[in-house]
Design a protein around this ligand. Structure first.
Ligand code: NAP
Length: 426
């Protein structure tokens, strides 16, 4: 049997951990990694906050994998638009889908779609310099922000909004994002958690980091913390201890305040042509409270986008599978298969499992119909798709390093897709 050729759709952590597992297999002769963006790394580049460089360090591992001579990166290629599922089935022995979850879940309350109400996926994309991100004026003139949700994404959003932008200059945040954050007139940022502190989903590490942000008052109502603490395990106990510490602090009258509100279930967003306030209800008592909001950020979880042609469970927003196997020859890993939970490293065992299913199937899968490795790039060229290959990405990366040198940091992200394509093609 000659070596097998595999396609991976999605160059984020899920796809790249699958690549890592595939490259250990002697049966695998080549792997093509597609991404709809001109650049690799997915959520590591566009989801992990710029001030979390340690979490981003995994890029070094992913870089080595993509640079392997058995691997080709084909960026700026959208499956379902430029190539169809059937094209992949025709040219590869097996396909691993790892396109993640890039939409925001709906909150399902009145006012959710008013201008000024943004999903965290949109907002995180913006401050991460994603080429498809919302315009930078989302914060213009805003004094009060309401962030809905009590997960790590909500804490990321609150921290980035609360920080002095000067402290972000040594990150890879695009200049235009730094400029917009510097113009921010926000004074109050309210985080609304619909349940109590013992049920917060954020991790103690993130909460401690928020508490350590300089020049920021963090306000927690001690009455919200009156939970039954007996038997509280691990993270919940640690979160409560940290929240106790925050509640004990005396506000220093700083210019920017973060308010952490528990037992605040949002019931509607009010506004006349644009968001103006969020009304929340205490689920225990039914009493309501109203917070002014010039911007509302809904950080209540992500949702995968169906891949054209693949089955999709709309309720769970995942591609159904067994141990990563959608059907023999097609596999899924990461958030597209399990939903939006876990940290970057959680994708590794997930990918190992999907690749184990793929490898187990390989002997029974029909050998690819003898198309040369050059067939897919030729097909994309014939369809007029400006593919960004590995050399193209390295040119973008080098350009970003030059931008970084100008600002005195390691690298600064390019945002504009057309510019990325032009630089990649130079
Ligand atoms: P998440 O952890 O699932 O948190 C979602 C939050 O939204 C929960 O507090 C949830 O409350 C709340 N929520 C859901 N529906 C709601 C509704 N209708 N009304 C009000 N609140 C609602 O999701 P995430 O924050 O998007 O994070 C996704 C994954 O990425 C997580 O596994 C997270 O740990 C990970 N992540 C990690 C880091 C890090 O490690 N630094 C950073 C970012 C993200 P309930 O609990 O009541 O449902």
């Amino acid at each position: 049997m000659t070596g097998r050729r595999i396609a991976i759709v999605g160059a984020g952590p899920a796809g790249l951990y699958a690549l890592q597992a595939l490259l250990t297999r002697p049966e695998v002769a080549g792997v093509d990694v597609f991404d709809r963006l001109p650049v690799p790394y997915g959520l590591v580049r566009y989801g992990v906050a710029a001030d979390h460089p340690k979490t981003r360090a995994v890029v070094r591992v992913f870089h080595r994998l993509l640079a392997d001579p058995r691997v080709r990166f084909l960026g700026n290629v959208t499956i379902g638009t430029h190539l169809q599922r059937d094209d992949l089935r025709a040219h590869y022995d097996a396909v691993v889908y790892a396109t993640g979850a890039r939409l925001d879940r709906d909150l399902g309350i009145a006012g959710e779609t008013l201008p000024g109400s943004l999903g965290a996926a949109e907002f995180v994309s913006w401050y991460s310099g994603h080429p498809d991100a919302v315009p930078a004026d989302a914060l213009a003139g805003a004094r009060s922000a309401v962030v809905i949700g009590a997960g790590n994404v909500a804490l990321d959003v609150v921290r980035i909004l609360g920080k002095d932008p000067a402290s972000l200059r040594d990150t890879d945040m695009p200049d235009e994002v730094l400029a917009a954050l510097s113009r921010s007139t926000l004074t109050d940022i309210h985080l609304l958690a619909r349940r109590g502190p013992a049920d917060a989903r954020f991790s103690p590490l993130e909460l401690r980091e928020l508490g350590d942000v300089p020049d920021l008052d963090i306000l927690v109502d001690r009455a919200d913390l009156a939970a039954d603490r007996a038997g509280l395990s691990g993270d919940a106990g640690r979160n409560l201890t940290l929240l106790d510490g925050l509640a004990d602090r005396t506000p220093a009258g700083r210019g920017r305040r973060i308010h952490l509100h528990f037992w605040h279930r949002p019931i509607r967003i009010e506004g006349d042509g644009r968001v103006g306030a969020v009304v929340a209800e205490d689920p225990r008592t039914g009493t309501t409270v109203r917070y002014p909001a010039d911007i509302v950020l809904r950080a209540i979880g992500y949702r995968a986008v169906p891949v054209p042609g693949l089955p999709f469970d709309d309720d769970r927003a995942i591609v159904p599978h067994t141990d990563g196997r959608i059907a023999p020859g097609e596999y899924v890993t990461g958030w597209l298969g399990r939903g939006p939970s876990g940290v970057i490293g959680t994708n590794r065992p997930d990918a190992v499992r999907a690749v184990a299913s793929l490898v187990a199937d390989l002997p029974t899968l029909p050998q690819r119909p003898g198309t040369a490795p050059s067939a897919v790039p030729a097909l994309l060229a014939a369809r007029g798709v400006p593919v960004v290959d590995w050399a193209g990405w390295l040119r973008i990366e080098a350009h970003e390093a030059q931008l970084g040198a100008r600002r005195g940091t390691a690298t600064v992200k390019l945002v504009d897709r057309a510019r990325m394509l032009a630089i990649a093609a130079t």
